[in-house]
Write a protein that binds this ligand. Structure first.
Ligand code: SAH
Length: 618
């Protein structure tokens, strides 16, 4: 299993206190990249860690260093162990409990922000166990409100999160006022969601039970208001900044806070800082950005000079070669998207300290996620879910977005998370699908692009990589991983025995993107070289002649009695399997959901099975 599927839960520690618990956890640890912790009374495993003190004491250390703790212990024992350590659900590690037989995977604590709910699902997929998730939103099939904005890098603001979550759990009407940030999440809500968007019309008597603001504004909520409110802050604000050399981090921070307060803006909505490249090594600025984990974008004077700003200054121009630093760099940081300067240049001075800080704020349409996106190219196998690898299943469950052709999205529907963003495209729009996936991943989302069978065999993987190359991809951002799947040729072969026991090839008869001469040349070569041949895309409504031509070519080199398998919709409800011969193959229905396997000169049929001898000389 790919460790990248579990990076968001790292570091991970798994704890067992009995030999059978250790047996259950050990393979799981390797799959998910967890360290197995065992008392010194147990025989160690490869790479396991032994503790010699009591588990209680050992846990006190793990608590501070680990993001996730997995126990294979009685739930009661775990509750007693962690009780003294629990502080806050936004900072405590995620806690998972697995029973010794590996049948049940319980999300015990930090289910939302800590990710325990999601990890319990993934581990259950891996162990073929049942996840036990008791949070109300999960059971209503609703996205949890306190993790709603995480895929987009939004930051949580103040508010009564517990009471708003409770209102959602009671399925009361919850008003959402979204002023900034992506609205993609709104398009993928389950039907029973309790939200309504914006303000009701005057004649609508909707009294909300709770309100969610999604905004760059920082709102103060009165303690005794009539209903609970929370606020998410998408990171849409770019702070353009100018300062004299040597300005302290403290003064920069004070200045930013003052301006934000003056304009009622949330510092949590800051995407990053921007300035002139002369300031790229300004210590105070760098310290501020590191501490707040904000990017610093810098621009050359010539770039800034070309930006139209409301408050240009000749004095600044004489000093640094552009009439604006703060306003122009805030706007440049947002470009090439649409930018609006929402706070013009403000000059902040300090009584205690020399110097001054100039600040301007621009707002972008698209929020900054602060994340490196991932592109997961996933093969979902021929159809039935049990023909998919656990890694592929996990990738689909874990992704923020799933992109694919609607028929395949239907096949994997049981794996979809509630609220997961799913975008379907018609069968002909493969390139658009690839471009959309790349766009979302470049923005910072984790995107699973699905193909039937294997993604890298006449699938989406090549298209995505080609598009990435065209876009000048650096190979790292977004990250990319390909998840193999059972291809149609393997699926079809498995239904008819062992036709692929010797050298074989596959040929697609689709001449939409490949000239027919090339296909014909390959058919000739394969037939002549006695390869067992799997034919993909054999016949569509408009392409009917190709399979006739293919038969003709094979008949030139092979016996008319050569066994042929026609496998329609392998591992799907409409599966149909026909064993015939090269001569008679066209007497049976063949369409775009069919793979045809033509045997080699040694392939034979025995009791409804095809056998191609392995070929050892006896
Ligand atoms: N990436 C896919 C192939 C896509 S090309 C894979 O690796 O399987 C589409 C062709 O695959 C179809 O025209 C058909 O020839 C074959 N195919 C896909 N799924 C199939 C199935 N369940 N049964 C039989 N053939 C299938």
């Amino acid at each position: 299993m790919s460790l990248s599927l579990f990076t968001e839960f790292q570091p991970l520690a798994a704890i067992a206190t009995t030999p059978s618990a250790a047996e259950t956890l050990y393979p799981l640890c390797q799959t998910i990249g967890a360290t197995l912790h065992l008392p010194d009374s147990l025989t160690p495993f490869n790479n396991s860690q032994t503790y010699t003190i009591s588990l209680k004491e050992h846990l006190a250390t793990l608590w501070k260093t680990q993001r996730t703790l997995i126990f294979c212990l009685a739930t009661g024992a775990v509750v007693r162990l962690i009780a003294p350590l629990l502080e806050d659900k936004s900072t405590d590690p995620a806690i998972i409990v697995i029973d010794q037989t590996g049948k049940w995977v319980i999300s015990l604590c930090s289910g939302h922000t800590g990710g325990a709910d999601r990890l319990a699902e993934l581990i259950a997929t891996e162990l073929d166990a049942t996840p036990i998730i008791t949070g109300a939103s999960a059971n209503l099939g609703l996205p949890a409100i306190d993790i709603l904005g995480l895929p987009f890098g939004w930051r949580k603001g103040e508010g009564d999160w517990t009471q708003v979550s409770a209102a959602i759990a009671r399925q009361e009407k919850v008003q959402v006022i979204q002023e900034v940030g992506s609205t993609l999440w709104q398009d993928h809500l389950p039907e029973n969601h309790p939200f309504y968007f914006g303000f009701p019309e005057a004649d609508q008597a909707i009294i909300p039970a709770a309100r969610i603001w999604i905004s760059a504004t920082k709102r103060q909520f009165a303690e005794k208001s009539d209903f609970p409110r929370v606020q998410w802050h998408p990171r849409v604000l770019w702070v353009g900044i100018g300062c004299i050399r040597g300005t302290s981090r403290q003064l920069i921070e004070t200045a930013i806070e003052q301006v934000f307060q003056r304009y009622h803006l949330a510092t949590a909505a800051i995407a990053g800082l921007a300035t002139i490249d002369l300031k790229a090594d300004e210590t105070g600025l760098l310290e501020y950005c590191i501490e707040k984990q904000l990017p610093l974008k810098t621009f050359a004077a010539e770039v800034l000079g070309g930006i139209e700003v409301p408050n240009p200054s000749e004095i600044v121009s004489q000093e640094v070669g552009t009439k604006s630093v703060a306003e122009a760099s805030a706007l440049s940081a947002v470009s090439p998207q649409k930018a609006a300067l929402i706070v013009p240049k403000q000059i902040i001075k300090s009584e205690q300290e020399m110097g001054a800080v100039t600040i301007a704020i621009a707002q972008s349409d698209l929020e900054y996620t602060g994340k490196i996106g991932q592109l997961w190219l996933v093969g979902i196998g021929p159809g039935k879910l049990d023909q998919m690898t656990p890694a592929a299943m996990t990738a689909i469950k874990q992704a923020d977005v799933i992109i694919g052709y609607s028929l395949y999205l239907e096949l994997i529907k049981p794996l979809q998370r509630k609220g997961q963003i799913v975008e379907s495209f018609p069968i002909t729009q493969e390139q658009k699908r690839a471009q959309r996936a790349i766009e979302l991943a470049q923005w910072g989302l984790t995107v699973a692009v699905i193909s039937s069978g294997d993604c890298g065999i006449y699938g989406m993987a090549g298209l995505v990589l080609e598009e990435l190359q065209q876009a000048g991809w650096d190979g790292h951002n977004p990250k990319l991983e390909v998840f193999a799947g059972i291809s149609a040729i393997q699926a079809a072969a498995s239904r008819v025995g062992a036709p692929l026991m010797h050298d074989f090839c596959t040929i697609s008869l689709s001449d939409l993107l490949t000239p027919w001469q090339v296909i014909e040349k390959r058919l000739e070569a394969a037939a002549k070289a006695d390869f067992v041949t799997g034919i993909y895309n054999p016949r569509s409504q408009t392409r009917t002649g190709q399979i006739i031509k293919a038969q003709e070519i094979f008949l030139k080199f092979r016996n008319p009695n050569t066994p042929v398998a026609i496998v329609h919709s392998a591992y799907r409800e409409q599966e149909q399997i026909t064993l015939t011969t090269l001569e008679k193959m066209l007497d049976f229905p063949i369409d775009m959901l069919t793979t045809v396997i033509i045997g080699n000169c040694s392939t034979r049929q025995y009791a409804n099975w095809l056998i191609t001898p392995r070929g050892y000389i006896s």
